[in-house]
Design a protein around this ligand. Sequence first.
Ligand SMILES: Cc1cc2nc3c(=O)[nH]c(=O)nc-3n(C[C@H](O)[C@H](O)[C@H](O)COP(=O)(O)OP(=O)(O)OC[C@H]3O[C@@H](n4cnc5c(N)ncnc54)[C@H](O)[C@@H]3O)c2cc1C
Length: 422
Amino acid sequence: MKVAVVGAGWAGLSAATRLADSGADVAVFDMAPQPGGRARSVAGDPPYDNGQHILIGAYRDSLALMQRLGVDVNAVLLRAPLALPYPGEPGLQLPPGPPLLAFTRGVLAHRGWPLPARLRLLMAATGWLVRGFRCAPGENVAHLCSGLPRVVLQDLIEPLCVAALNTPAAEASAEVFLRVLKDALFSGAGSADLLLPRRPLSELLATPAHAWLGPRLQLGRRVQRIEPEWQVDGEAFDAVVLACSSVEAARLTADIAPDWAHTAQQLPFQPIVTVYLQSPGSRLAAPMLALREGPDAPAQFVFDHGQLGGAAGRFAFVVSGAADWVARGDAGQAVLAQALRELAWASPPVLDRVLTEKRATFACTPGLQRPAAHIRPGLWAAGDYVAGPYPATLEGAVRAGAAAAQGVLAQGAAKGSPTNTP
Ligand SMILES: Cc1cc2nc3c(=O)[nH]c(=O)nc-3n(C[C@H](O)[C@H](O)[C@H](O)COP(=O)(O)OP(=O)(O)OC[C@H]3O[C@@H](n4cnc5c(N)ncnc54)[C@H](O)[C@@H]3O)c2cc1C
């Protein structure tokens, strides 16, 4: 089978690896000069990440793909039990061990919250468990958690929601949030662990995948046109996986599958702003600290790259669900002021870089209609936005890529193409 993969983000690289492993003749096209899509490094010494990324232990397919491509995941990721320390406060810390037990023990031991607040959280979590982590599709996270004390909402639910769904709790899908919690608490030992990149983002997947794919990956190639069945800019293929952005996928399918294109075109987006500060000689109390967001405080998290094996004195502040800050246009200065107010510095921090991704992820709102993976026979979509249980994450992208590859291979097998369908 000759298969075209359009886009070399994590979804496209996942699809291409699966297809190539199954004996397909794969060609991957990406319009950018480097692979990795949104999860890539950008120029700097050492390189910056195009947005600080966090993985969790439940990202099983992403970790398996990295290993398949020869990446030593223990070397490139710092793994630690989930902890949400705030400046000057230890915050919630889960002990090692089975995630559900660790969650219960961690919450009970968290003396920063009054005992009734801890018990209310455990009772709410038990209710979610009993209901199978399901709720009405139209429910939002703020409503789901409306019975919880303010301190739990502010210190746990709101930061977790905006980190995982890139959507504020009042607008975020409770169904997807519960799915993330379920996977973090029920995917086996270590599934709730935080995995922080110790190397520039491209080294996690994009660069090793490029080396593995070799000339099968063509960069600087923006696919202009797809015609049934199937031509990619005039070259014939047996199948196509669209692993580009939803906007580009909608453009490429507008004539071929107008309904699908319309759904993809309608997806709303949320920005993320990553603000890098420099402060030589400074060090945070932990590699990652949570921060309290507010009207003058945009960032929800800060990462100390010196403690993560990167540039000493470089600090990445993350502003997720950043639509209001992008509209205001002063996220960088506001983060600098927040940093000066909330953290101790060995030398005055200075604004280094502000990276704004206006379409960082789709806005994960209740009942959102997402386009299906299967568009037409021989034409599949892969990407973090494709219909599925996950929010827009690396794991969602990798799973979507694998699912599209699987779909292509199954259709190929049904038509008798000589691939090794796993
Ligand atoms: C700032 C930021 C922070 C994030 N933080 C996290 C996090 O902490 N944890 C997490 O799990 N996720 C995080 N994400 C989300 C994660 O990065 C994405 O979910 C994931 O990278 C999406 O991968 P993808 O392959 O679906 O899409 P993309 O990465 O967007 O890949 C699409 C590719 O298609 C290419 N392309 C587009 N059109 C064409 C065309 N016509 N022809 C050829 N190529 C084309 C593009 O150049 C691009 O390389 C973050 C995202 C951002 C932006």
